[in-house]
Design a protein. Structure first.
Length: 572
């Protein structure tokens, strides 16, 4: 007995010393990441290096003061230049919403570890020791009670258990006797009717396995939408830079227009009111430029927050991405809405999830129906008992067994009946939900294609408008010199040129965003590879429209766009 108790205490001491909180965290991470890796390989044929660690994960929460977070937002003066690939990498690494979605996926897989554990062997061990004394009696002694064993639920609906129990009392006063009882017991319970099917018993495990698949699909769709969103934000910023440049160049042209108007007034070619018109438009142009800068900076601050860049840091963007888009023009898609719908129901992750949840609802009806049946359970128990201090004297013949059947008749199944009826109603709801999802998928494809066509036509219109506006701006000053036009005509031509310049770049960016949305809606967006946002999809018969007509740049003596964006002139 001393050997047994010493061994038990040693095992407990080692277990308590070794299994600290870090051990449990690492164990959970290992199981979750293995689950996600296996499921990803089965779903997508590849795995990602998924983890939810952040720069704070390895630190003790007590060592992360609030002042550290506050101070991190005070960073000023640093310049960072990001191209689109770098912005995407930073967004994946630091975006708060992206991190939250990763954690949601992790927690779904963590739940699966519990459902799998439901059918695993569950070891247990308990040790109790102390001193007992009875008042007014000549009794004083030490008491030890040890229990070790395991229980396991079976997917057949049964349970098995094995227990080794040891009780010992040693008397100290007047009588050195020992009282020892050792019991080894095993039991089995197995349903024969209700709850005897693995498909029924393991329903929670089955659903948890499928929930991880759904979570992975949802996360994959979220990654596509998130990536397209960052690309769209980046190009929108570049387009807003175009607006700033165009507003700046327009303002400088207005300054020149005022100079020319004053010269023509001196030469008595125009009246004073035309000079005043030019001055008023110059003031308006300056105000428009200042407003364009403010709007760009506000949009840039929002983008910084998405990348978790302190707002005091100056972020420079690589505008060569917009230049590449202008060289390519629109990437026209040649596909019918029916073909797009067929791609969607085959590839889009949320639609696949909805189809599978429809199948889940069928399975839950069967589970609820099984609960209406009677239950006949086979029970058996075997135990061996030893009343000696020497395990060598253990008598295997000193055992007790019991075997029998327990019948639970289905007299009262009100709750089970209501659950069954509820599952039938939920199944019909799932039918409606699936049909709505499919209708919405077809509608989204049709709407996407209509939007793309409208944007294509708008792009072509604005290109023509820009060509005409450029011609008017070039010709009108000569007409003024020959007194066949007025300053107002030049001002209107310049306004038309500015509007067309902004509209062309906006149409390009809008079309790119609409195209990415369409690719997401039909489930074929591929975010792998270099410049994937410009890559053609062979399923869509895409063709490029060609480069955008350009306009000459200008310089001036006020704060230039390059200084606003953090270029070389801002650093000198």
């Amino acid at each position: 007995m001393r050997i047994w108790n010493s061994l038990f205490f040693s095992i407990v001491a080692l277990f308590l010393a070794g299994c600290n909180s870090t051990y449990y965290r690492e164990k959970a991470d290992k199981q979750v990441y293995e689950i996600l890796s296996q499921k990803e390989m089965g779903l997508f044929g590849k795995t990602n290096e998924f983890n939810i660690d952040t720069k704070y994960s390895a630190r003790n929460p007590d060592d992360i003061p609030a002042m550290e977070l506050i101070a991190g937002r005070k960073l000023d003066g640093t310049n960072i230049t990001l191209n689109l690939d770098q912005a995407l990498d930073m967004a994946f690494a630091k975006n708060r919403n992206y991190q939250t979605r990763k954690e949601q996926l992790y927690l779904t897989a963590l739940t699966l570890t519990i459902r799998r554990w439901d059918f695993a062997k569950r070891p247990f061990g308990a040790l109790r020791g102390g001193i007992e004394r009875e008042r007014d009696k000549d009794f004083k002694g030490s008491v030890g009670r040890n229990r070790v064993g395991f229980n396991q639920a079976l997917k057949s609906g049964g349970t098995i258990g094995l227990t080794l129990a040891n009780d010992m009392v040693r008397y100290f006063t007047g009588d050195p006797r020992r009282s020892v009882a050792t019991v080894v017991s095993a039991n089995l319970s197995q349903p024969l009717l209700r709850g005897s099917s693995a498909a029924i018993v393991a329903e929670n495990l089955t659903q948890a396995e499928r929930d991880v698949v759904y979570a992975l699909r949802d996360f994959d769709l979220f990654q596509q939408e998130f990536s397209a969103g960052i690309v769209g934000d980046y190009f929108r910023l570049l387009q807003r830079q175009d607006v700033v440049r165009n507003s700046y160049n327009n303002y400088k042209r207005l300054v020149d227009t005022v100079t020319h108007a004053e010269a023509n007034f001196v030469a008595e070619r125009i009246a004073q009111f035309q000079v005043d018109q030019a001055i008023q438009r110059r003031l308006s142009g300056r105000s428009s430029y200042i407003r364009a800068v403010q709007q760009y900076q506000a949009l840039l601050d929002e983008f910084k927050k998405k990348l978790e860049i302190p707002l005091g840091v100056h972020l420079n963007l690589d505008d060569s991405n917009l230049d590449d888009l202008k060289k390519i023009g629109l990437q026209l898609i040649r596909v019918t809405d029916r073909a797009g719908y067929e791609m969607a129901v085959t590839n889009k992750m949320d639609i696949l999830n909805e189809i599978d949840r429809f199948e889940d609802s069928k399975r839950k009806i069967k589970v609820a129906a099984d609960a209406l049946r009677a239950n006949l359970t086979f029970l058996t128990d075997v135990s061996l008992q030893n009343e000696t201090t020497d395990y060598a004297d253990f008598d295997p013949g000193n055992f007790r067994t019991s075997t029998g059947l327990e019948l639970d008749l289905p007299f009262d199944r009100r709750s089970q009946r209501n659950t069954f009826r509820t599952r039938l109603i939920e199944f019909e709801r799932e039918i409606r939900s699936l049909t709505i999802t499919l209708d919405n998928a077809r509608d989204a494809v049709r709407e996407d294609l209509r939007d793309l066509e409208q944007l294509r036509q708008n792009y072509e219109i604005q290109k023509e408008a820009l060509v005409l506006a450029n011609q008017r701006v070039e010709v009108t000053p000569q007409l003024i010199e020959s007194r066949r036009a007025q300053i107002r005509d030049l001002l209107e031509a310049q306004d038309a040129q500015l509007a067309a310049q902004n509209a062309v770049s906006a149409a390009l960016v809008d079309y790119l965003a609409a195209k990415l949305k369409f690719l997401i809606d039909i489930g074929v967006l591929n975010t792998a590879g270099d410049r994937w946002w410009l890559a053609k999809n062979p399923l869509l018969n895409e063709e490029n429209t060609g480069p955008v007509p350009g306009a000459a740049a200008d310089t001036g003596d006020i704060l230039t766009p390059e200084q606003v964006f953090g270029g070389q002139s801002a650093q000198n």
